[in-house]
Design a protein around this ligand. Structure first.
Ligand code: PEP
Length: 237
């Protein structure tokens, strides 16, 4: 079965970048059974959606508001994202949890909003280095997972991304046994198992090994998703 490969461009990219990126993405899609989800910044969603409409690639956003509409200047709602063809939304990325003070309750409300709009929520959870060093990683992440998931959660509308905070953008990854241990715990943590991605310094060098681990259904890729050749190799892993 194919794996799920999510590209999180964060606040990067441009129309020029997309013009260079598309031919190599389309070439790699032709030879893979993996499901690719591209999450660019909001301004590029519509045009990228049109560019990819004849491919199996899904379009994803990186965030949304928890309300469907209203007086929230500068925000974007889940129904708006569904309206323009998004099929997935990343919710609770650690950068949003730390820089924008999103707690589990808010993440839970956003995941509900994504479900209500008929899209898939890619829900991020992960521990800090301090928590890992204190031996509390599994307990902390499992608790975060339960608090972040609303009752509308099911395997069709939710994907979990385990992303150790200390691994994001640092070049450091857990050892494979630590990924296995966490994914085993998360697999057993919900009534019906959900698809589980690993995220944090995934590159074309380590993607194959990570993707071959038990209960790793895919990867969430930040920095390497902006490196055209690297991402092409990851998609083909
Ligand atoms: C991310 O942004 O979710 C991420 C995993 O980033 P990176 O791959 O750069 O560590």
């Amino acid at each position: 079965m194919g794996k799920i490969i999510v590209a999180n461009w964060k606040m990067n990219g441009s129309l020029d970048f997309i013009r260079t990126f598309l031919p190599s993405l389309k070439a790699s899609l032709a030879t893979t059974s993996n499901q690719v989800i591209i999450c660019p910044p909001y301004p590029f969603l519509i045009s990228l959606g049109m560019d990819l409409k004849d491919t199996p690639t899904q379009l994803g956003a990186q965030n949304c508001h928890s309300s469907p509409h209203g007086a929230f200047t500068g925000e974007v709602s889940a129904p708006m994202l569904a309206d323009i063809g998004c099929e997935a939304v990343i919710v609770g990325h650690s950068e949003r949890r730390t820089q924008f003070e999103e707690n589990d309750a808010l993440v839970n409300a956003k995941v509900s909003a994504v479900h209500a709009a008929g899209m898939t929520a890619i829900v991020c959870v992960g521990e800090s280095m301090g928590v890992r060093e204190s031996g509390q990683a599994i307990g902390t992440v499992t608790k975060q997972l339960h608090a972040s998931l609303p009752s509308s959660t099911n395997p069709q509308n939710t994907i979990i991304a385990y992303e150790p905070i200390w691994s994001i953008g640092t070049g450091m990854t857990p050892i494979l046994e630590e990924i296995i241990e966490m994914h085993q715990a998360l697999h057993g943590a919900t009534q019906t198992p959900l698809s589980l991605l690993y995220g944090g310094s995934v590159t074309d060098q380590n993607a194959k090994d990570i993707l071959s681990l038990p209960h790793v259904d895919g990867v969430l890729v930040g920095g390497a998703s902006l490196k055209i050749e690297s991402f092409q190799k990851i998609v083909g892993s």
